[in-house]
Design a binder for this molecule. Structure first.
Ligand code: 5GP
Length: 195
């Protein structure tokens, strides 16, 4: 039987580059990654596709999923709800896939609480080299209004104080370097027979 897959949490403040790092990691087939697509009430951004970046749902639909216990974790982030569908995560891990979650801090804390004794859990906090760097990235995305940018930056300042909850902190100073560091962490855990 295949070894049960890992649950990898890739977290960090909005704008730090989690999405780009995730897409690079997904290219490495030896990591056997399965990306868990979240549910959100946020509006679709140009270029986003239903079921690829997110499952875009109404607030009522989201709340129904919360009530029915369908989400592994969920959070309200700058006015919108985001959550991880539970059943697919279990199914993929049972099939030996390493499931990757790209989620914010409060959702991570819920998973860490629920899966405290799960030796297959890896938590990674991706941080920017500086807060100025983060601001430049959020502005560069050109998808948010000034007010939304300010809110996201304020939120990021708080989140940056949460690195100690994670097993690993990785600085996104250089994309290839950061991706390489994370890939090594995953490979080391895949090879660990004690988990
Ligand atoms: P964005 O609106 O930029 O796509 O996402 C905002 C924040 O929500 C990001 O930090 C992103 O990682 C996080 N996020 C995305 N999906 C989930 C989820 O399912 N649960 C939680 N807790 N956060 C999520």
């Amino acid at each position: 039987m295949a070894k049960r897959g890992l649950l990898i949490i890739l977290s960090g403040p909005s704008g730090v580059g989690k999405g780009t790092v995730r897409m690079e990691l997904m290219k490495d087939e030896s990591l056997k990654l399965y990306y868990s697509v979240s549910m959100t009430t946020r509006k679709m951004r140009p270029g986003e596709v239903e079921g690829r970046e997110y499952y875009f749902v109404s607030e009522d639909e989201f709340k129904k999923n919360v009530e029915e216990g369908n989400l592994l974790e969920w959070a309200k982030f700058v006015g919108n709800y985001y959550g991880t569908p539970k059943s697919i995560v279990e199914k993929m891990r049972d099939e030996g896939k390493n499931v990757l979650l790209e989620i914010e801090v409060s959702g991570t804390l819920q998973v860490l609480g629920k899966l405290r004794d799960d030796k297959g859990l890896i938590s990674i906090f991706l941080v920017p080299p500086s807060i100025e760097d983060l601001e430049n990235r959020i502005r560069g995305r050109k998808t948010e209004t000034e007010e939304m940018i300010a809110e996201r930056l304020e939120k990021a300042r708080g989140e940056l104080r949460c690195g100690h909850y994670y097993q690993h902190e990785v600085v996104n100073d250089d994309l290839a370097r950061a991706v390489g560091e994370i890939a090594s962490l995953i490979k080391a855990r895949m090879a660990d027979d004690d988990r």
